[in-house]
Write a protein that binds this ligand. Structure first.
Ligand code: SF4
Length: 396
């Protein structure tokens, strides 16, 4: 049983385990993830993380994903990553076929390091490339060049990883449709199993948001960013990638039974978030969700270390979601996915009749070509995906 835990995992789905490594060599001006650049706190953080794992110990329930994200987990050497994974196995019932992902910044790794991570049990690499274009990388103030990103991808393949994800960003000021297409071309040349294409967003509180307000640069017009989104869908589709979530594409392969499938290449861990499955997050700023509860840790490494050194879990807050909140979340997260909201499951879970509840909204959106409703699914069309937020609000 979980000691000090707000509740037991009761969902029949295997859970996911997320570990947040709160260090980066330099802060990127657009990023609003919690991380610090003072690496001197690394040892104390790793000790605190081991304590948190021991205090959160959960061996009764199965975990089929472990995701080491951040921040920049690849600032860690092989040994600390090995320790984290070993401790995770001691404290959590991680299945032998679990997906174990490590996020990698191409500016922080060597071939030896990638090979070493693989020996620790990491079987999936997620590489934050963002762009292969120097002007874009400069704008984003990334610490790596396009060449270094290409090299890191080759090293990851050479190290034997059979599941590599690559992150790209589009909508960067100065970018054109043809330069975005070039980035997509460069990415698919590596045949990564997974591609995430994120639209650059200007999050309040970030230096880039401030620059936007001070008119240091001009953002791209909305129509162009929409064009990039459509270009992404058609280009990746033509190159064997299936969009399974607004920003995520998995390479289609022929599975053992000779059927085309993306199942082995989707991010099993991220599916936990989109399907409201249980997950536990450890490390500063990490969030956990065990329906109906959500709880989260302090976004402050020093406070995190201090709490754990006095035997307390570093919780900053928790909330219990009402049925209504859970339903809104299920609609929003369902619409993010290409498969859409599974109506039967929705009705069963909430004891409602989805179609009857939303008849007016659905008919309106269908007429506008933004939503498609089939027997058991309600999903956004490609065009509808461009307006997710405003569409989701209509269901509230
Ligand atoms: S390296 Fe990643 S986590 Fe760190 S600041 Fe840049 S985008 Fe954020």
């Amino acid at each position: 049983m979980l000691q000090n835990s707000p509740c037991l995992i009761s969902d029949s789905q295997p859970a996911g385990l997320y570990i947040h490594i709160p260090f980066c060599l330099r802060k990127c001006p657009y990023c609003d993830f919690y991380s610090i650049t003072d690496l001197s706190l690394q040892t104390a953080f790793l000790d605190a993380l081991a304590s948190e794992m021991n205090m959160t110990r959960e061996l009764d329930n199965e975990f089929d994903t472990l995701y080491i994200g951040g921040g920049t987990p690849s600032v860690l050497d092989i040994k600390p990553v090995d320790n984290i994974i070993k401790t995770a196995h001691q404290c959590f019932n991680i299945l032998s076929n679990a997906e174990i992902t490590l996020e990698v910044n191409p500016g922080t790794v060597t071939l030896e390091q990638l090979k070493g991570y693989r020996r620790t049990g990491v079987n999936r690499i997620n590489m934050g490339v963002q762009s292969f274009n120097s002007a874009n990388l400069d704008f984003l103030e990334r610490i790596h060049s396009a060449k270094e990103a290409q090299m890191a991808l080759k090293w990851a393949q050479k190290s034997g990883y059979e599941n590599i994800g690559l992150d790209l960003i589009y909508g960067i000021p100065g970018q054109t449709t043809s330069s975005w297409l070039k980035d997509l071309h460069s990415a698919v040349e590596f045949h990564p199993q997974h591609l995430s294409c994120y639209m650059l967003s200007f999050e309040p509180g970030t230096p880039m948001h401030k620059d936007l307000q001070n008119r240091v640069f001009n953002p791209l017009p909305e129509y162009l960013v929409c064009e990039f989104f459509e270009t992404t869908q058609s280009f990746l589709n033509a190159n064997g990638y299936v969009q399974y979530e607004i920003s995520n594409f998995a390479l289609e392969v022929i599975d053992q039974s000779g059927i085309k499938s993306t199942q082995s290449n989707i991010s099993r861990h991220n599916m936990k978030y989109w399907n409201c499955f249980p997950y536990i997050g450890l490390g500063p700023s990490a969030h956990s969700f065990i329906e109906p509860q959500r709880f989260w840790n302090h976004s402050n490494v020093k406070k995190y270390i201090q709490e754990l050194s006095t035997g307390r879990l570093p919780r900053a807050g928790k909330e219990s979601l009402s049925q209504e909140q859970l339903m809104i979340e299920a609609v929003y997260l369902g619409l993010r996915q290409a498969k859409g909201i599974v109506v039967d499951a929705f009705n069963k879970k909430f004891g409602v009749n989805f179609k009857a509840m939303f008849t007016g909204v659905i008919t309106d959106l269908e007429e506008k070509g933004l939503v498609k409703m089939s027997q058991n699914r309600c999903a956004l069309t490609s065009k509808g995906m461009l307006y997710l937020d405003s569409i989701a609000v209509m269901f509230i």
